[in-house]
Design a protein around this ligand. Structure first.
Ligand code: EPU
Length: 420
C-alpha cells in the first residue's frame, strides 16, 4: 500500500492542467449502454474509479480500450446485466448501470451499495424513480432486481436534489415510452454533461426550467463521441493548495463557471483571482482570512470541497464555521487534521475551525477521497514531515496528484509501505 511523504513549507508556483471530471465520466460511461456500438471518450482521467467502472462494464460484455486520455468503448457485445457486490462495494457510482440496463434490456441486477466510508448514503430515490417508470423491483440478498418490459413516462418530483438519482432516472427515461418530467432535478455540471451527451445520442430532452427536465422517450439511441468536462473539484483543490501555501498558481484546462462559489469564497479569504475562458490564476494573501462556508447543491459551495476548505481555514486568521448540509457526517478528516495541530470543534455537521499559526507534520490516515485531499493540503504547509497513509483513496479521484504538485514546487513523494 502506498503512502505520501510530504515535507511542508514550499510555496507553490507555476501552472497545472486540470484533468477530465471523474463524476462526469462515471455517469457517461454507463450511458453508453443505452446504444449498441462504438464510442470515443476523450479527456478521460486516469483514475482508479474509472478503472472500476471499466471492469464493471467489461463484466456486462462491454469492451473498453484506453490510450492515454482517450477511451474507446464498444457496447455491441453486452450480454450480462448484473453489477456484482465486489465492484459496487468499491464504488457507489456503480449504481449508474441500473437505469440504462433496465431501460435498454428490461432487466438489471445491481448490488445495493451499502454504507460508504463516512456513513449511510441512501439510494431510495433511485429505486422509487425506477418504480415510477414502471419497473418491478425486488430486493433479494443484497441485490436490487429490476424488471420491466418497457418503461413508461411518468412525473417524478424529487424531495431531495440528487445527482445520482437524476442521472439514473434520466438514463432510464430516454428509452421509456412516453414523456417523463423530472422536477427538482440536480443541475451539477456533471448532470448537465450527461444531458448534453444523451441529446447527442439522440435523446429528446427539454430543459423546461433550470431544475425541470422533460424527456420524450425514443425507441432507439445512437453511439456518440464526447470530450469529458474538466474536473471542478480537482481544480478547486489545486486552488486551495496555492492559497494555503502562500503561492501563486495558474490552473489551466478548467471551467471557471463551474467554480464560481469556490472562487468567491477564495476571494473573501483574501486571494487575488483572475479568470479567463479556461484558466484561473490565484495569488494568495500574506495570511488567509477566516471565511464561513455552508455546502449546498450546485451552484452552492460543493460538499466535495468541504474537507479542503477546513484544511485552508486551519491556518486562517480567526475562526470559521463550516457546515455540511449535504452529508451530515462527512468529517473523518477532522480528527486527522487535529493530529497536525488544527484546532477544530465538531458538533454534528458543523465544524468550528479556529485558525492556528502553524501545523506540524505527523502521520495521518486517509479515510476517503476528499478527506485524503485535505490531509495532503495540510501536509504541504505543516512544519516538518507529514506521512499520509492509505493513499489508495486519492487515486480514486485525483490523477497523478503528487506529480502535479511536484511540478508546482511541492516536496511530496509516493512510497510503498507496509503500514495500513
Ligand atoms: N440522497 C437520498 N436518497 C437517494 C440519493 C441521495 O436521500 O436515493 C441524499 C444523500 O444522502 C445526500 C443528497 O441526497 O444527502 C445528495 O446526494 P447525491 O445523490 O446528489 O450524491 P451522489 O449522486 O451519491 C454525487 C457524487 C459525490 C458528491 C455528491 C454530492 C458521483 C459519482 N458522486 O454522489 O461525489 O459528493 O454527488 O454532490 O457523482 C466525490 O467525488 O468525492 C463524491 C463523493
Amino acid at each position: 500500500m502506498d503512502k505520501f511523504i510530504i515535507k511542508g513549507g514550499n510555496k507553490l508556483s507555476g501552472e497545472v492542467d486540470i484533468s477530465g471530471a471523474k463524476n462526469a465520466a462515471l455517469a457517461l460511461m454507463p450511458a453508453a449502454l443505452l446504444a449498441s456500438g462504438e464510442y470515443a471518450f476523450t479527456n478521460m482521467p486516469d483514475l482508479r474509479d474509472i478503472k472500476t467502472m471499466a471492469s464493471l462494464l467489461s463484466g456486462l460484455g462491454v469492451v473498453t480500450k484506453r490510450r492515454g486520455h482517450r477511451m474507446a468503448i464498444d457496447t455491441a457485445g453486452v450480454n450480462k446485466y448484473e453489477a456484482p457486490y465486489e465492484l459496487v462495494k468499491k464504488m457507489r457510482a456503480s449504481i449508474y448501470v441500473l437505469g440504462p440496463l433496465l431501460s435498454r434490456y428490461g432487466y438489471a441486477k445491481v448490488s445495493m451499495p451499502g454504507g460508504c466510508a463516512w456513513g449511510p448514503r441512501p439510494i431510495n430515490l433511485h429505486i422509487e424513480g425506477m418504480k415510477k417508470l414502471g419497473a418491478k423491483i425486488e430486493l433479494d440478498r443484497g441485490y436490487i432486481i429490476a424488471e420491466a418490459k418497457r418503461l413508461h413516462g411518468t412525473k417524478i418530483s424529487f424531495d431531495v436534489s440528487s445527482v445520482g438519482a437524476t442521472g439514473n432516472v434520466l438514463m432510464a427515461a430516454v428509452l421509456a415510452k412516453g414523456t417523463t418530467v423530472i422536477e427538482n432535478a440536480a443541475i451539477e455540471p456533471e448532470i448537465t454533461a450527461l444531458v448534453d451527451f444523451l441529446i447527442k445520442m439522440g435523446a429528446k430532452i427539454n430543459r423546461v426550467d433550470s431544475r425541470k427536465l422533460e424527456i420524450e422517450g425514443v425507441d432507439e439511441l445512437n453511439p456518440a463521441d464526447v470530450e469529458m468536462i474538466p474536473d471542478r473539484i480537482e481544480a478547486g483543490t489545486f486552488l486551495i493548495a496555492g492559497a494555503l501555501t502562500g503561492g501563486e498558481i495558474k490552473i489551466n484546462k478548467c471551467n471557471p463557471d463551474d467554480l464560481i462559489s469556490v472562487v468567491e469564497k477564495l476571494k473573501d479569504a483574501g486571494c487575488l483571482i483572475n479568470t479567463g475562458d479556461s484558466f484561473i490564476e490565484l495569488k494568495s494573501p500574506k495570511r488567509i482570512r477566516n471565511v464561513d462556508v455552508t455546502t449546498e447543491i450546485y451552484p452552492g459551495f460543493p460538499t466535495d470541497m468541504q474537507a479542503q476548505w477546513i484544511a485552508l481555514m486551519a491556518l486562517a486568521d480567526g475562526s470559521a464555521v463550516i457546515t455540511d448540509t449535504i452529508y451530515y457526517d462527512r468529517f473523518k478528516h477532522v480528527p486527522e487534521l487535529m493530529r497536525l495541530g488544527a484546532n477544530i470543534d465538531l458538533h454534528e455537521n458543523v465544524a468550528v475551525v479556529r485558525g492556528v499559526k502553524k501545523l506540524t507534520g505527523a502521520k495521518v490516515m486517509s479515510t476517503d477521497l476528499r478527506a485524503s485531499a485535505s490531509l495532503i493540503l495540510a501536509g504541504l504547509v505543516a512544519e516538518g514531515t507529514t506521512e499520509v497513509l492509505r493513499v489508495y483513496h486519492i487515486d480514486r479521484g485525483y490523477e497523478a496528484i503528487e506529480k502535479k504538485l511536484r511540478a508546482l514546487g511541492a516536496d511530496i513523494r509516493r512510497v510503498s509501505s507496509k503500514e495500513y
